[in-house]
Design a protein around this ligand. Structure first.
Ligand SMILES: [Zn+2]
Ligand SMILES: [Zn+2]
Length: 95
């Protein structure tokens, strides 16, 4: 079996250890809103999804990485109904 090396930051797989280490040195995950380096802290990964047919984003794939502050700041801009829905949802951790 061939050994596979995996980048500890983004999870990309390499068949060559040196290539993997070289990549890993420069590999960063940045918050998609504020640009902060979030490689070494907890962040929110919005799983890739396909916008509906006819959407302005039709044909694209939307996938986001956001730091905690940015996700909260987006939620803060939502309607009161949406904020309440999130606030009173089961796993409540975002203030
Ligand atoms: Zn990587
Ligand atoms: Zn951010």
């Amino acid at each position: 079996m061939r050994q596979v090396w995996e980048c500890e930051v983004c999870g990309e797989k390499f068949s060559d250890k040196d290539k993997c280490l070289e990549h890993e040195k420069n590999c960063k995950i940045l918050c998609d809103k504020c640009g902060k380096d979030i490689s070494k802290i907890n962040f929110h990964h919005i799983k890739p999804f396909l916008p509906f047919y006819g959407s302005k984003l039709d044909g694209r794939v939307v996938e986001l990485n956001l730091c905690d502050e940015c996700l909260c700041s987006i939620i803060n801009k939502l309607t009161d109904t949406a904020k309440e829905r999130i606030e009173f949802s089961e796993a409540n951790y975002c203030n």
